[in-house]
Write a protein that binds this ligand. Structure first.
Ligand code: FAD
Length: 385
């Protein structure tokens, strides 16, 4: 890691989520003096799981955090598409064949703690209760009454990013016609497999977490929704009713749900501008993605690595230009693939029968094809880019 334009440069990161903390680490590892400003009173993550694919794990590996991740995550062995109505697995795609650091399931709070511990150890300054109301293209902003003018400001402030608005004007997301619930239940001994339970107009994804827990994300098509927030407390009875026609394997899991959150799924365009004079955005601030490819956090970590690498290697303006040029096509492809998955999971009638037959055939006849098709995503190593 040694081009060293980062050395002694001051960097402010707005937002202490997975993307912001990874950016802080990547920049601090190259010698920058980094401060993270988080609006919440403490660094915390919602109580839910997240999948870290090999492309995201490579960033953690390069930061020497794979051991820490292993201690809090489950190593995934396979993905199983399941007919949600009958509860029968259509096939099984083996993830153990993946090259590199492997695929993991982790509780978001545990991943955040891994990043926080590493940030503290690297000397990153962490400031909470610091909501940034506005920021200039020159990277200047006010935090807790103090004016700040760092050499670079990174907007990692998520879905409703202030920094994105400064660079791109108002964002106009549109409702996808889908709502989602997420819950974590106790389920000791669940196999290390992500199951996608597909049914007409709805699906669930389940996978195990450490400490005998199972993460559930459930998605249903619906015509209306107003709020994009992630933290609306929901009624488990409504979730159970929405999936009542599914196999007993699913309804049995949903019977155990006590605490559930729901939110509307909105599609956002990838931001047209990712940087200004001394301001750059990354992660959900630049390119919110639907959850159907489980890549939002992994892409944010890739962004973080590449931004730091370019800032270290090039004069700032060239670095920020090179960063967006390298990242935008890749994230656009991933977002498109996520949207396509959402459609395919919810098919009905003849299309559903044909799609299930194709999945079975792929699994039986050419089992490597599914993973091979995802090689552009999982095989990518941003740390070598
Ligand atoms: C149900 C669901 C499941 C998902 N599953 C996966 C998965 O399996 N794998 C995967 O890779 N991705 C997944 N994602 C996507 C992933 O969670 C996000 O893409 C990722 O967390 C984005 O990280 P971020 O740091 O860019 O934004 P965020 O995690 O949203 O963090 C932004 C941070 O900025 C802070 N902030 C916001 N505004 C300000 C401000 N003005 N001033 C100061 N601080 C501010 C916020 O409090 C927050 O801490 C999932 C998303 C959802 C909704």
């Amino acid at each position: 890691m040694a081009d060293n334009r980062c050395r002694d440069r001051s960097v402010a990161v707005i937002g202490g989520g997975i993307g912001g903390l990874t950016a802080a680490l990547c920049l601090a590892a190259r010698g920058a003096a980094v401060t993270v400003y988080e609006q919440a009173p403490e660094f915390s993550e919602v109580g839910a799981g997240i999948q870290i694919a090999p492309n995201g794990a490579r960033v953690l590996e390069a930061l020497d955090l794979l051991g820490a991740l292993d201690a809090v995550s489950v190593r995934a062995e396979a993905v199983e598409p399941v007919d949600g109505l009958t509860g029968r697995a259509l096939t099984r795609f083996d993830l153990s064949a993946l090259e590199g650091p492997g695929y993991r399931f982790v509780h978001r709070a545990d991943l955040l703690n891994v990043l926080l511990d590493a940030a503290r150890a690297r000397g990153v300054t962490l400031v909470t209760d610091a909501r940034i109301e506005s920021v200039g293209e020159d990277g200047r902003f006010t935090a807790q009454g103090q004016d700040q003018a760092p050499d670079l400001t990174v907007g990692a402030d998520g879905l409703h990013s202030v920094a994105r608005g400064v660079l791109n004007g108002a964002d106009r997301p549109f409702f996808t016609g889908q709502v989602a619930w997420r819950a974590v239940i106790d389920l000791p001994d669940a196999p290390p497999v992500a199951r996608v339970w597909m049914a007409p107009g709805r699906h669930l994804v389940t996978y195990p977490l450490t400490k005998g827990r199972l993460n559930i994300v459930a998605v249903q098509e619906r015509s209306e929704w107003a709020d994009e927030g992630w933290h609306n407390v929901a009624d488990p009875g409504v979730l159970r009713a929405a999936f009542a026609r599914l196999s007993g394997r699913v309804t049995g899991l949903l019977e155990r749900v006590e605490d559930v959150r729901e939110w509307g799924l909105f599609r956002h365009l990838v931001a047209a501008r990712w940087y200004g004079e001394k301001l750059a955005i990354l992660g959900d601030a630049a390119h919110p993605t639907l959850p159907f490819l489980a890549q939002g956090a992994s892409l944010a970590m890739e962004d973080a690595w590449l931004l730091a690498a370019r800032v270290d290697a090039l004069p700032l303006r060239d670095a920020l230009h090179a960063y967006q040029s390298a990242r935008a096509p890749r994230v656009a492809r991933a977002i498109e693939a996520a949207s396509a998955n959402g459609r395919n999971y919810h098919l009905s009638g003849v299309q559903r029968t044909a799609s299930h037959a194709a999945l079975r055939a792929m699994g039986n006849v050419v089992p490597g094809l599914w993973l091979g098709r995802l090689d552009w995503l999982y095989g990518y190593d941003v740390t070598a880019a």
